[in-house]
Design a protein around this ligand. Structure first.
Ligand SMILES: O=C(O)CCC(=O)C(=O)O
Ligand SMILES: [Fe+2]
Length: 222
């Protein structure tokens, strides 16, 4: 019965759920997913280990590693002061290039792609019980796009409005290989991950359980 009413019938073609928000299902080919998953396991080796960021006294349920700049609530820094104090690993050039390709694919706008200089990546691992509450990505001082890549188990992703955490919002399914871009009028949309769907990671993506999400950001810092 569940299968009759689940969200697997949601669009699996590129679509724009609201102006400035772009969902490109399966944008990363399986080989690319697997390759990025291998990098994910390398990033987990340090210099900063994956950790649960503490927000307002509560540890998040995701495990996070950052590249380029370390994110801790309300600020970016070059050292992981809330973890082990180590300097954060550099942002790899291939990830910058991938971010530009993502902006190009989502917006069709070569100028926006060329002007995109992501300098931070927040890499989150969700086990099947992890979620992320409604929030805006707003620690960046410029309004360049946020590029989101998902690998592994599917998630229910909630895309909201720019004003508050409540309705109106819409629920989408982000599956392995999906690209999501927030830009323009959706750059500061509230968003959340309300559920991870166990046993949905495709064979060959490099991870058999749980979900990797990478968001690329341009901090505006130097
Ligand atoms: O996991 C996702 O799809 C979203 C992650 C996110 O919102 C964040 O890292 O700020
Ligand atoms: Fe976010």
């Amino acid at each position: 019965m569940d299968a009759l009413f689940d969200d697997s019938a949601l669009p699996r073609h590129p679509h724009s759920p609201r102006p400035g928000a772009h969902h490109l299902p399966g944008w990363l080919r399986p080989a690319a997913q697997q390759w990025i998953t291998q990098r994910f396991f390398e990033w987990g080796q340090g210099p900063v280990p994956p950790h649960s960021t503490v927000v307002a006294g509560h540890p998040m349920s995701v495990q996070t590693v950052c590249l380029g700049w370390h994110w801790s609530p309300n600020r970016y820094s070059r050292t992981a002061d809330d973890v082990n104090g180590a300097p954060v690993a550099p942002m790899p050039q291939w990830l910058v290039d991938l971010g530009r390709s993502a902006v190009q694919a989502a917006t069709g706008d070569p100028r926006q792609a060329r002007d995109y200089h992501p300098d931070a990546a927040i890499v989150n691992y969700y086990d099947v019980n992890a979620t992320m509450g409604m929030h805006q990505d707003r620690e960046e001082s410029v309004n360049a796009p946020v590029v989101s890549l998902s690998i592994g188990d599917s998630a229910t992703f909630r895309l909201g409005n720019n004003e508050h955490r409540n309705q109106p919002y819409q629920d989408l399914r982000l599956a392995s290989g999906d690209l999501f871009v927030f830009q323009g009028p959706a750059r500061f949309a509230y968003h959340a991950v309300t559920k991870i769907h166990p046993h949905t990671a495709p064979a060959g993506c490099g991870i058999s359980s749980g979900r990797i999400n990478i968001t690329l950001r341009q901090t505006g810092l130097r």
